[in-house]
Design a protein around this ligand. Structure first.
Ligand SMILES: [Zn+2]
Ligand SMILES: [Zn+2]
Length: 148
């Protein structure tokens, strides 16, 4: 048997049934915010978020049951480029583009600071259940490098 096929990701997280990306575990509270009631029942208590931008699967469980982007209440970054990166404050990739166009970091830095404060609600406001900070910084760096 192909070893790569059975290998689990480093932290043992289940992989997305469609694209094979390691999932990020999400809280039940996060699902409550983003998934309409009857659909939520179709996943087990433990569910994972698929972080791959070109995959339509948003949440899945260990039995390979899954929910797609059009079944979720809100648009999901990075699957939808119009969706906010920081769902807590509605910070979008356009804010980052505006910073880059000015050669500054004003909006991005303000978002990162707010996302690290007690106001932040990343765990439930963000469909991934992860802090927005890492994603905001990653996207900013990626775009800045692309600018050359
Ligand atoms: Zn996936
Ligand atoms: Zn946030």
């Amino acid at each position: 048997m192909n070893k790569a096929f059975v290998r689990e990701s480093d932290d043992g997280a289940p992989r997305c049934p469609r694209c094979g990306s390691p999932g990020q575990e999400v809280l039940r509270d996060t699902l409550r915010v983003h998934v309409p009631e009857p659909l939520r029942e179709s996943l087990t208590e433990s569910a994972w978020f698929c972080p791959f931008d070109r995959c339509e699967v948003v949440y899945f469980d260990a039995f390979q049951r899954h929910l797609l982007t059009d079944q979720i209440r809100t648009p999901v970054w990075p699957k939808d480029p119009e969706a906010p990166l920081c769902a807590c404050f509605g910070f979008t990739s356009q804010d980052i583009e505006a910073d880059l166009a000015e050669g500054g970091v004003k909006r991005t830095r303000a978002c990162v600071q707010r996302a690290q404060s007690a106001e932040a609600r990343c765990a439930t406001a963000s469909p991934s259940g992860q802090s927005c900070v890492a994603e905001v910084q990653r996207y900013y760096m990626q775009r800045r490098q692309a600018q050359g």
